[in-house]
Design a protein around this ligand. Structure first.
Ligand SMILES: [Zn+2]
Length: 287
């Protein structure tokens, strides 16, 4: 047990040390959904104590950027600098209430910026089976905003965009942004967008350009570099079942490559995999 722990610590230290020798361009964007004890750990739910461990690692070993920093990085190539520490952005999708009750105190404890991609028609929404409120309300959003958390849009009602025609897609994207901007007139609302289920088509891309969004976030599991299309940025699903070794490997460019190689090797033997899965299917809270 001691040997395994020593090995794990050496591995994590070497990932960080390597970065100091070779500064990297990449930026990792982490994606969370629920932070709760109630749901079993999954690709969209993590226990608060595990979330705290991850935030502590980010605070100690990484440079945590804001969504405004990400917009700026893609404004022009000269803004996309290299870094000696792994650079990470923390995001939450859908605006669950546990982001306020469980994640927010931990983010505050470590003074970490984060961004919630929210769906205005879900504000204050309750779970019909329990009658308990499971989405953020405006009071919670206001308090989070006053403490370093940004809010950006994720459409008006969270549809599968490629299933809609151009006009319907545009209405969803535009109204989602308008409703949010009317409540919290933060300029970044106009700039950043996350695709529901990570899905988009050619129409979606054209609409984002037309509405002058600067960045669009998918769920493609990878790091982002300076030559990537800013409207198809990638995100790492922070899977609540992963241990710290995998988490640290994923946010570190050197570790990501090494881990990716191991995973690809495993796939050739047809072993079960959890990487690169698309997020799809209905949300547990949707009717
Ligand atoms: Zn979503």
């Amino acid at each position: 047990m001691f040997a395994a722990k020593t090995l794990a610590i050496s591995y994590l230290a070497s990932l960080v040390a390597y970065q100091y020798i070779r500064p990297q361009y990449s930026i990792a964007v982490l994606m969370y959904h629920n932070v709760t004890e109630i749901l079993p750990p999954s690709y969209r739910s993590i226990r608060p104590e595990d979330f705290r461990l991850q935030m502590k690692y980010l605070k100690d070993q990484c440079e945590v950027l804001s969504i405004q920093d990400l917009v700026k990085a893609y404004r022009s190539p000269r803004h996309f600098t290299r870094s000696r520490k792994p650079r990470v952005i923390i995001t939450f999708d859908d605006g669950f209430r546990d982001n306020y009750t469980n994640a927010f105190p931990i983010l505050k404890e470590f003074s970490l910026p984060a961004t919630c991609f929210v769906v205005p028609s879900w504000f204050s929404k309750t779970d019909p089976s329990t009658a308990k409120r499971i989405f953020l309300n405006e009071k919670e959003i206001k308090e989070m905003r006053n403490n370093g958390i940004s809010f950006c849009s994720h459409t008006l009602s969270h549809p599968m965009l490629p299933h809609l025609d151009y006009k319907e897609q545009k209405a969803e994207i535009l109204k989602g942004r308008q409703e949010l901007y009317e409540r919290i007139s933060d300029p970044v609302v106009l700039d950043a967008f996350a695709y529901p289920f990570g899905e988009y088509n050619q129409d979606t891309m054209e609409i984002l350009k037309e509405l002058k969004f600067k960045i669009g976030l998918t769920v493609w599991h990878h790091l982002n570099g300076p030559n990537d299309n800013p409207l198809r940025l990638k995100r790492l699903t922070a899977d609540g079942r992963d241990g710290m070794i995998k988490f640290a490997s994923q946010v570190n460019p050197f570790g990501f490559k090494a881990y990716d190689k191991i995973i690809k090797r495993l796939r050739t033997f047809n072993l079960p995999r959890s990487e690169g899965q698309r997020i799809s299917g209905p949300y547990p809270t949707e009717n």
